[in-house]
Design a protein around this ligand. Structure first.
Ligand code: NDP
Length: 240
């Protein structure tokens, strides 16, 4: 196999959708992968299928200590860490007037604190080794807001500015924002308002494959150390 990515890469949210596709894409490019999510039976099945270059550990990204332990386990398993793909995210959209405070909090916890916990888990290593790459999966919602997406868009706007702040703070560490448009996955399956669930289903009729995003992540990882692909927006041609 020609290794185009001779790196150890951590991926969160690898139990479905974009994270699973990225795991498949990167292992095919020669990367060693340490993958995490809460649904461990799915991680195990994926690792068993893909072989010894994929290892897994249960991870709830909202738990900072668990994320530190996840990174430690990855370094123990593969000897180093070169990149982190902060992909885990949730999207229980709702109108603000529905006052779904629990869903607001969960979105902020997973989509913002989860990304920050990931950065905290790898940044000391990246600073010490004067090299490293954080790839954050945001969304087209990182630049726009629509009815029902206020809180989700706010979390993705936050991921965008955190990513660019990280990039500016370190000369040797790469930071990449990947912003997908509608993509086939399990995202939004936890939407509790039936009207909004129907609207999401409609929006996904022209969705792109999660491998479109996986290939964008692969491209960012394949660049030389001194080239930072800062941002990519990848959306279906039929997307507004
Ligand atoms: P999926 O729902 O298929 O995947 C989401 C992943 O996040 C799952 O693997 C899930 O794993 C994981 N996850 C959720 N909560 C946690 C948690 N607390 N700790 C660890 N892992 C968690 O959706 P996508 O693949 O589409 O989503 C991936 C990313 O892409 C998200 O950040 C999403 O916002 C973004 N995105 C997706 C778009 C789309 O149209 N699909 C468009 C724009 C952005 P588990 O439940 O096993 O923990």
């Amino acid at each position: 196999m020609t290794r185009t990515i001779d790196k150890v890469v951590l991926i969160t949210g690898a139990s479905s959708g974009i994270g699973e596709a990225t795991t498949r894409e990167l292992v095919a490019a020669g990367a060693r992968l340490f993958i995490g999510a809460r649904r461990t039976e799915r991680l195990k099945a994926l690792a068993d299928e893909l072989g010894e270059n994929v290892a897994w550990q249960e991870l709830d990204v909202t738990d900072g200590a668990a994320f530190d332990a996840f990174a430690d386990a990855a370094a123990e398993r593969f000897g180093r860490i070169d990149a982190l793909v902060n992909n885990a995210g949730i999207m229980p959209l709702s109108m603000l007037a529905s006052l779904k405070r629990d869903e607001w909090k969960r979105m902020i916890d997973v989509n913002i604190h989860g990304v920050l916990n990931g950065i905290a888990a790898v940044l000391p290593r990246f600073v010490a080794q004067e090299n490293g790459h954080v790839i954050n999966v945001a969304s087209v919602a990182a630049r726009i807001v629509t009815p029902a997406s206020s809180v989700y868009s706010a979390t993705k706007h936050a991921v965008r500015v955190i990513t660019d702040g990280l990039r500016q703070e370190h000369n040797n560490i790469r930071a990449t924002l990947i912003s997908p448009g509608p993509t086939t996955s399990e995202l939004g399956h936890d939407v509790s308002d039936p009207n909004i669930a129907a609207w999401i289903k409609q929006g996904l009729t022209a969705a792109q494959s999660p491998f479109a995003i996986a290939q964008a992540i692969r491209y960012a990882l394949e660049q030389p150390d001194n080239v930072d692909v800062s941002e990519m927006v990848v959306r279906p041609t039929a997307s507004p």
